[in-house]
Design a protein around this ligand. Structure first.
Ligand code: GLU
Length: 401
């Protein structure tokens, strides 16, 4: 009998984090690696936020905080929800955790009984299905099509809801596709959900501020107020404020659900880091002026990647509408042969070849539940991105039929 639990044997380590680590290890060994795996902005956390953390440390904010997060931070989050999303979440309807991932983890631990079903549209962020499985829930993966920009169709949602469905996961802008659900898209999904009052909705809005071409951001509880009582609206400071390492995510939701999630958190990490919470407070209360420049830069990066990948006929990319990932169709390289004689049978083979041949590290689409695709994170500077795309082009040119 294994010492490791049966439940854990079903769970794989986060592929984004594992591949990022692998790329960094290869760099340490002296390999020339371009790491486009993990999604995190390369910008410095704005200095007023770091300053807030420094002041917090020196003024003694170094002790435990309330489990759910400091009242000051929860009030600021409540304001954010009101101002940005037209959602009224009182501070006692808000939980702050160590990143959006812990918010989702707490929610699943608080609600999933073995066999409960969770609908996850694919492609999906790598951790959703594993977190559900960790609590013996059943991820119900629903395919989407590039024809519909990888968005869940209401008729497909209708088909997969059963009496056992506990949650539907939504993520817009999406990691990995960058697709954005419009108000009309959400209204259509809401219409189906209103027929099934036992289904809760977890919406992961982590990329809310990273939207291109002036598209509108909307979130389901504000689009359909009748769903408010069964929606958990998840967000965080990681992507918008370049604060991935500070680990602050949060959610607004029904009081009883938040309370249950708090119970989970009180038995695991107690509270998120007091200093990081003080920094997040500065982020939420401070000016977002800097975001304009970041968005301009991200837009240029997106355009550059779209333009450079268009030169490679074997690859196809729908220009992402938000976030900072290019989820690229690589059907065109499948069954081709590398210079060393190996056949590319999957996106994982292609990703391994790009790493080996050109030192470009990225994540295969199959990790997100859809292959053969590759996810390129373009949260890095344009010189590096240009180099990376040229290397990918070189690698593809070397393949034979
Ligand atoms: N959300 C980021 C990504 O997909 C961070 C890494 C992770 O936790 O997966 O790359």
């Amino acid at each position: 009998m294994s010492f490791i639990s049966r439940r854990l044997s079903e769970i794989k380590p986060s592929p984004t984090l594992m591949l990022a680590q692998k790329a960094e290890d290869l760099k340490t060994q002296g390999r020339d690696i371009i790491n486009l795996t993990v999604g995190e902005p390369d910008f410095q956390t704005p200095s007023h936020i770091c300053e807030g953390a420094r002041v917090a440390m020196l003024s003694g904010q170094t002790k435990y905080t309330a489990v759910a997060g400091t009242l000051a931070l929860r009030k600021a989050i409540s304001e954010k929800f009101k101002n940005d999303n037209n959602l009224k979440y009182d501070p006692n309807q808000i939980l702050v955790s160590n990143g959006g991932k812990q918010v989702i983890f707490n929610a699943m631990m608080a609600t999933i009984n073995p066999g409960d079903e969770v609908i996850i549209p694919a492609p999906f962020w790598v951790s959703y299905a594993d977190i559900v499985a960790l609590f013996e829930g059943k991820p119900v993966i629903v395919s989407t099509s590039p024809k519909n920009n990888f968005k869940l169709l209401s008729e497909d949602l209708d088909k997969v809801i059963t009496p056992k469905t506990k949650w539907l996961f939504l993520n817009s802008p999406s990691n990995p596709t960058g697709s954005i659900y419009s108000r009309e898209d959400l209204q259509k999904l809401a219409k189906v959900l209103l027929k099934h009052p036992h289904v809760h909705i977890l919406t992961d809005d982590m990329y809310e501020y990273l939207i291109y071409d002036n598209l509108e951001f909307t979130t389901i509880a504000s689009v359909e107020p009748q769903l408010y009582d069964r929606t958990l609206t998840v967000n965080g400071v990681s992507k918008a404020y370049s604060m991935t390492g500070w680990r602050i995510g949060y959610a607004g939701g029904p009081k009883d659900l938040i309370k249950a999630m708090m119970t989970v958190q009180s038995q695991s990490t107690t509270n998120p880091c007091s200093i990081a919470q003080a920094a997040a407070l500065c982020a939420l209360e401070g000016s977002r002026e800097f975001l304009k420049n970041w968005l301009t830069e991200f837009t240029e990066r997106r355009n550059l990647v779209v333009q450079l990948l268009a030169k490679i006929p074997e690859l196809k990319l729908i220009p992402p509408q938000g976030a900072f990932y290019a989820f690229t169709d690589c059907h065109g390289v499948i069954n081709k042969t590398t210079p060393t004689g190996s056949k590319i049978e999957s996106d994982s083979d292609f990703a391994a070849y790009l790493l080996e041949d050109q030192g470009v590290a990225l994540v295969p689409g199959s990790s997100f539940g859809l292959g053969p695709y590759i996810r390129i994170s373009f949260a890095t500077n344009q010189t590096v991105l240009k180099d990376a795309c040229e290397r990918i082009q070189q690698a593809v040119l070397k393949l034979s039929d």
